[in-house]
Design a protein around this ligand. Structure first.
Ligand SMILES: Cc1cc2nc3c(=O)[nH]c(=O)nc-3n(C[C@H](O)[C@H](O)[C@H](O)COP(=O)(O)OP(=O)(O)OC[C@H]3O[C@@H](n4cnc5c(N)ncnc54)[C@H](O)[C@@H]3O)c2cc1C
Length: 321
């Protein structure tokens, strides 16, 4: 439900009381989400903020908690479909402003380096930072267009590797603004899942442990992964990557292809001709087109093969949740 004006005013006042007048003045209203998502769909966020540090993030969370303003937190928008009607309440985006990288020798292991990065840092940037420094472990992430925070939340991965292999520590913020430090063994990292998906909370920063390696081999591995992606994925169309989680014992793309759905479209949303596990925006798709197409795929696969396809991409906003 849309948040009323008095709640929005109370929220701004709370920020000002917390000496965040600048942040309050930078809030945007009815900000279209379309340009902030890789699918290039989505209506307006009622209130939109891009904090530049943890203090600002905590202030936004505390203010929204105390006035009862719902919030949605996003990173680079590469694993979401935002409703055409938009998102009620506050959208907090951890983007370029929230992206700092530092590194230090690992005091426990001279062969390793610890990289500390803020949640808005792009994985592609982190992967190339590591490669340039001759550090191995993040090659798999070189083509994943998400933020570090989104990648921790989803335990993003590719080519039989995922974030669980490199994460050492995570600093998160609870919905009421409490800062919590997590050791890797408490992060419950599984296939595209983490403790944050189950318990909530926002990833503010993470420490990755990477091993010293051979710079030429690291760069060659990245080139191989990039070639594989370019050959097999429809990277020239807006999408959110693989639409579904991989069902045990099956390949999603093969199931969808066998069901005769390759190329099938509803409005501007289409099952990619290049990779049937991807739904793409051919130019003028709406979120409703994507939702209808995904529901149609799920129903067809259930009917034909008795297999339940679960959405990996998250559908956010009015009418979706
Ligand atoms: C072309 C393409 C290829 C892709 N390939 C891969 C791939 O190989 N492997 C893979 O795993 N994924 C892939 N993806 C999907 C996507 O890039 C990842 O899931 C990525 O981790 C999402 O990060 P994001 O910052 O874009 O998250 P968003 O889309 O902004 O958000 C996704 C979810 O994460 C939550 N979230 C975001 N940031 C935080 C945070 N700081 N703290 C807590 N929760 C947060 C949001 O609330 C939301 O629920 C691909 C996407 C595209 C478009």
């Amino acid at each position: 439900m849309r948040v009323d004006n008095s709640t929005v005013e109370a929220f701004k006042k709370k920020l000002e009381e917390a000496e965040m007048a600048q942040l309050s003045s930078e809030l945007r209203f009815e900000e279209m989400m379309k340009p902030h998502t890789s699918f290039r769909v989505g209506g307006p966020a009622q209130v939109y903020a891009e904090p530049s540090n943890t203090k600002e993030l905590v202030a936004l969370l505390s203010a929204s908690d105390s006035v009862g303003m719902p919030y949605f937190l996003m990173g680079n928008g590469s694993n979401i479909v935002v409703s055409d009607e938009g998102i009620d309440g506050l959208v907090i985006r951890l983007g370029e402003k929230f992206s700092e990288i530092t590194s230090e020798e690992d005091p426990q292991d001279p062969d390793c380096v610890l990289i500390r990065a803020s949640a808005g840092t792009l994985l592609t940037k982190l992967s190339s930072y590591a490669a340039k420094a001759g550090l191995t472990g993040l090659e798999f992430a070189s083509g994943i267009p998400g933020s570090l925070g989104g990648a921790v939340f989803m335990n993003a991965g590719a080519y039989d590797h995922d974030m669980s292999e490199v994460l050492e520590k995570v600093i998160s913020i609870s919905p009421s603004g409490e800062v919590i430090s997590w050791k890797k063994e408490d992060l419950a990292l599984g296939y595209r899942s983490s403790v944050f998906m189950i318990k909530g909370g926002i990833v503010a920063e993470a420490v990755l442990k990477l091993r010293r390696g051979n710079i030429d081999e690291i760069q060659a591995q990245i080139r191989t992964y990039t070639e594989k992606r370019t050959k097999s994925q429809p990277l020239n169309f807006p999408s959110a990557g693989s639409m579904f989680k991989r069902p045990t014992g099956y390949y999603t793309g093969a199931l969808i292809e066998q069901a005769g759905l390759k190329g099938f479209s509803i409005g501007g949303a289409q099952v990619s001709e290049k990779h049937a596990g991807f739904v793409i925006n051919t130019g003028n798709a709406t979120a409703a087109d994507i939702d209808a197409l995904v529901s149609h795929i799920q129903a067809t696969i259930r009917e034909k093969f008795g297999v339940e396809l679960t959405r990996e991409v998250r559908f956010i906003g009015r009418g979706f949740n």
